[in-house]
Ligand binder design. Sequence first.
Ligand SMILES: *Cc1c(COP(=O)(O)O)cnc(C)c1O
Length: 406
Amino acid sequence: MNPNIPGEQLLTLAKEYGLPLFVYDAQTITRQISKLQQAFTVPDFQIRYACKALTTVGILQHIYAKGCGIDTVSAGEIQVALKAGVPPEMISFTPSGVLLQEYAYALDQGVHVHVDQLHVLEWIDRHYPNTAITLRFNPGIVAGGHLKLQVGAEDSKFGIHISQVEKVKALTNTLSLTVAGVHMHLGSDIGSSGSFDEAYEYVLNASRHWIDTIERIDLGGGFKIPYHPNDQRIDIMSFGQRVSDRFKAFCQEVGRDITLIVEPGKYLVSEAGHLLMEVSGTRDIGQTGLAYVSTGFNHFVRPMNYDAYHHIVNLSNPQGEVARFDVVGYLCETDTFALERDINTIRRGDILCLMNAGAYGFSMASNYNTRPRPAEVLIDEEGNARLIRRAETLGDVLRTDIGFSI
Ligand SMILES: *Cc1c(COP(=O)(O)O)cnc(C)c1O
């Protein structure tokens, strides 16, 4: 597993912008978009990037320029999408458990909302009559790699459980709202397509209850990408083909074309991202060396939150003898990036590259231990480095902390 960007260029960027630093590669994002566009062969196909994976304006600008819409989960994300120049009709809003004000914000902007609670349906009907909405169903199926990433299970908080479809139908019969779509999102890391297919059938069947008004069917995201060098890459071509064939048969049966939407987050951006980090010290402990890096789960939480494997490469000692290392962060708490890894010998001052840092990296970063968040650089398709977010300063971090001053 090598970085998508030459090591020399990454080292130059490290010098220029300081560390830690997120570096993204636009070509990789474009390639992932093209793969989906080729794999799904329905006449009316749309990708709506789930922007919580990486919410930086420059990333959304690039993704929108490639023909994708944006799926959002908060008023803030809607604002980022609008700031990126995405028109409201290309934005959807798929929140969970938010207050009605947030729906109001989305509806006022002309953004299409996905509704997963019955009281929200009634409220929208009262305040925004005749609006077209999408219903989010939970097909009651478990898929996804980690317990915290499974959002389709029966007792999950996400979506109206599929067993309630008749009840929802009875309700929507009494409302002015138009049910223009049905939606599901099974969770992240979907590789076992069996459960996906089953859920897909449920959702197609649910849509039959509103078949006269259905314009879109949204299958969510969660497409798996390889994190570990031994991870299999999902065969997106055959997956897309199978889903498309089923969809075409469905459209034929109902007698018209319906838009098929997918909402990938990590599939588009994960592999495009690199987190560059500096080694602040090393220690020998028995067989395994210990390398401290000057970042932690304040900047990248996936290894700690999800036990996720992220490959780490020593950029500044690529020919060094391979030895076994643990890589740990600088927080005053356990923050282990990697255990027992064979890496080119790590010395104090080396620059390491953590791979697959695009998705749920910066967007989950915090100011824990009162540390500013890093800058982000996008290598555009011409190979030019573009700063798309400056590093936070301590001033930025402290600005809201007003003590007893007022
Ligand atoms: C998070 C999310 C996605 C994207 O998930 P990935 O695993 O990043 O592909 C898609 N749809 C919805 C509704 C989400 O909340």
